[in-house]
Design a protein around this ligand. Structure first.
Ligand SMILES: NC(=O)c1ccc[n+]([C@@H]2O[C@H](COP(=O)([O-])OP(=O)(O)OC[C@H]3O[C@@H](n4cnc5c(N)ncnc54)[C@H](OP(=O)(O)O)[C@@H]3O)[C@@H](O)[C@H]2O)c1
Length: 154
């Protein structure tokens, strides 16, 4: 199964200067619970943002999608995310960002875990997705955080 997991706010804000525009501990815990032990794919920019904390996300297998010659010791790199997903279609894979990689791949995903944040934030990167091929099958609300699960219809 192919999954994507990410958060957007009520203005479709998605990033700020290469980082998340917000800090919600509950959303970080949710992300962790969903991805622990899993294979996660992210774009080079998102990987570099993760590395600001010193190392790749622990207890997950990271794969970096990039068109450059970027490498990181011990981490798999793909220059062709579509080919990679095709050859891995019997595996569970979680796409975790950023904007370019989500835009390229979300329509291929079986499940989208979107944390919709019903609040305003400062940022510079927006994500406008067409979810007409998805239906929301679950929503759990905690304050401004709406933890939504979407399933692809066709
Ligand atoms: N809100 C959230 O949940 C969330 C989650 C993660 C990240 N973010 C935010 O997203 C932003 C970063 O997004 P971004 O779009 O700048 O970067 P990104 O998606 O992390 O990385 C994009 C990388 O993918 C490469 N790429 C493009 N097409 C490809 C292909 N077909 N196969 C393999 N690689 C390919 C790009 O190469 P080229 O540059 O050569 O095109 C680039 O190196 C940050 O602000 C971050 O905080 C938000």
């Amino acid at each position: 199964m192919l999954y994507a997991i990410f958060a957007i706010d009520r203005n479709n804000l998605f990033g700020n200067n290469g980082k998340l525009p917000w800090h919600y501990n509950e959303d970080l815990q949710y992300f962790k619970a969903k991805t622990l032990g899993q294979k996660i794919i992210m774009g080079e920019e998102t990987f570099k943002s993760v590395l600001r904390n010193g190392k790749p996300l622990p207890n997950r297998t990271s794969v970096i999608a990039t068109l450059t010659d970027y490498t990181f010791k011990g981490v798999e790199v793909t220059h062709d995310i579509f080919g990679y997903l095709k050859q891995s279609k019997n595996e569970d894979i979680y796409i975790i960002g950023g904007k370019s990689i989500i835009e390229l791949t979300y329509k291929l995903c079986d499940i989208l875990y979107i944390t919709y944040i019903d609040a305003d934030h400062e940022g510079d990167t927006y994500l406008n997705l067409d979810l007409s091929n998805f239906e929301m099958v679950e929503e759990n609300i905690s304050g401004v955080l709406h933890f939504r699960k979407y399933r692809r219809i066709n």
